[in-house]
Design a protein around this ligand. Structure first.
Ligand code: GDP
Ligand code: IMO
Ligand code: MG
Length: 429
């Protein structure tokens, strides 16, 4: 039986996971999303067209790969239908290339409203969520009051929804007393009609994806899993509470798909040759100076989902070593080597200095992270134009030295190197 390859983010998201999945999908039958929802934004450039994928696995862009939205995903049907229509408008046959887990939890407008209300109530300690209703939907899942895709087709749907809407209205009035339009925004009959229509539109896609995936494996089909978010945004292993509400690390891939630990083969960790983060929370190597601005402009670091400018800084290998430990990485993908290569000198964080205590071990304790200062090692930059390089050997010596150091420090081989945003701009080793 063939093994499943997994692609995961190692930092705070937006490492370029979509681009790596797009490459792997060329040889894959299925591409699976396991966690998160439309808080994710995966950008792929194909023949000059830019696709921003939020829910449908990027692998579908190969044209032959079937995208599977696993049980661990929280799903906004409106966003999904928009994404389907957009792909169809670009000539993709989505109907025969998409499956949705009957167990995926549905995001409703009250989840988004609660997300926004909670952020408002947090005032100065806000998380900086995407406002897509992700946290409140996972809350309902674990409280056991959520609606799963399969619930939309049951006779009990109308009464369940009515009950939930009443409960949520009361809660929202408590959390956001300034919002005087809650009753209007959550008109039950309107919501019921809207979600019944979504359910009909999605009916051809909803199925038991656990059985579907295992049957595919038994038929020796090739499966890749497209991680969303990243290790440091993990609800357990990230910089809590400045995290998302799921487990985007390796454990979440298993619980979010129904695949087993022994089904997994390669685990590719994706990083950029520098660091970025959107939203609030610690970021030890963040650059609040002209270098940070330069990375943002050169790397076009603006959010795919919210358009927010991303916070930028030097590569932090202390965190990547942690990501390797937590996820059991077997290979790395380093994107944006072209971007960092435009600097004369490049800094890489190799340890944290916390009030004189120097360590290479990352921990998510916020007091520790607040005090930690990066210890840098300097590398020579000026890589020149590397966008045409297709083998490691073609790269200039400075670029090779930078990559070799990462491999040595993390103890994992670099399998993929991104040399530009286009699909072809990648070195595979
Ligand atoms: P994801 O969420 O991990 O899939 O990453 P995003 O799509 O949110 O952000 C990555 C951004 O970097 C996108 O705009 C990609 O087009 C771009 N990108 C990915 N790899 C490279 C690379 O090697 N070089 C350059 N210049 N851009 C890249
Ligand atoms: P991809 O898959 C970057 C961040 C948000 C916020 C925190 C919580 O594109 O890498 P949420 O809406 O999930 O409750 O927000 O998590 N966040 C991401 N940052 N890339 C993502 O996904 C993200 N998904 C969530 O910015 O800080
Ligand atoms: Mg992204």
């Amino acid at each position: 039986m063939s093994k499943v390859d997994v692609v995961l983010g190692c930092f705070y998201g937006d490492e370029g996971k979509g681009k790596v999945i797009d490459y792997l999908a060329a040889d894959a039958d299925l591409a699976v999303r396991a966690t998160g929802g439309d808080n994710a934004g995966h950008t792929i450039k194909v023949d000059g067209v830019k696709y921003a994928m939020h829910l449908i696995p990027s692998g579908i862009l190969s044209g032959h790969t079937i995208g599977v939205i696993g049980n661990g995903v929280v799903l906004n049907p409106e966003v999904l239908l928009e994404e389907i229509h957009n792909l169809e408008a670009h000539g993709y046959d989505v109907k025969d290339h998409l499956k949705i887990s009957e167990k995926a939890h549905i995001i409703l407008p009250y989840h988004r409203m609660m997300d926004v209300a909670l952020e408002k109530a947090r005032k100065d300690s806000k998380i900086g969520t995407t406002g897509k209703g992700i946290g409140p939907t996972y809350c309902d899942k674990y409280e056991r009051s959520g609606l799963r895709a399969e619930d939309l087709y049951m006779d009990t749907f109308r009464e369940k929804l009515r009950e939930l809407v009443e409960k949520k209205k009361a809660l929202l009035k408590f959390y956001d007393p300034e919002d005087t339009a809650i009753d209007e925004k959550l008109d039950f009959e309107k919501l019921y009609a809207e979600y019944t229509a979504y359910a009909e539109a999605l009916r051809p896609y909803v199925c038991d994806t656990v059985t579907y995936l295992h049957k595919a494996l038994e038929e020796d089909k090739k499966i890749v899993v497209e991680g969303a978010q990243a290790t440091l945004l993990d609800i357990d292993f990230g910089s809590y509470p400045y995290v998302t509400s799921s487990n985007p690390t390796i454990g979440g891939i298993i619980t979010g798909t129904g695949l087993s630990a022994s089904d997994i083969g390669n685990v590719y960790g994706v990083i950029k040759a520098y660091s970025s983060r959107v939203g609030e929370g610690p970021f030890v190597t963040e650059l609040l100076d002209a270098d940070g601005d330069r990375i943002r402009e050169l790397g076009h670091e603006y959010g795919t989902t919210t358009g927010r400018p991303r916070r930028c800084g030097w590569l932090d290998l202390v965190t990547i070593k942690y990501a390797k430990r937590v996820n059991g990485l077997t290979g790395l993908s380093v994107n944006h080597l072209d971007t960092i290569g435009k600097f004369d000198k490049i800094q890489v964080c190799v340890a944290y200095d916390c009030e004189g205590q120097v360590t290479e071990d990352f921990t998510t304790n916020l007091t520790f992270l607040g005090k930690a200062k990066p210890v840098y090692k300097e590398f020579e930059g000026n890589f020149g134009d590397i966008s045409g390089c297709r083998t490691f050997e073609e790269l200039p010596e400075n670029a090779k030295a930078y990559i070799r150091f990462m491999e040595e420090y993390i103890g994992v081989p670099v399998k993929f190197i991104g040399t530009g945003a286009e699909r072809e701009a990648m070195i595979v080793r």
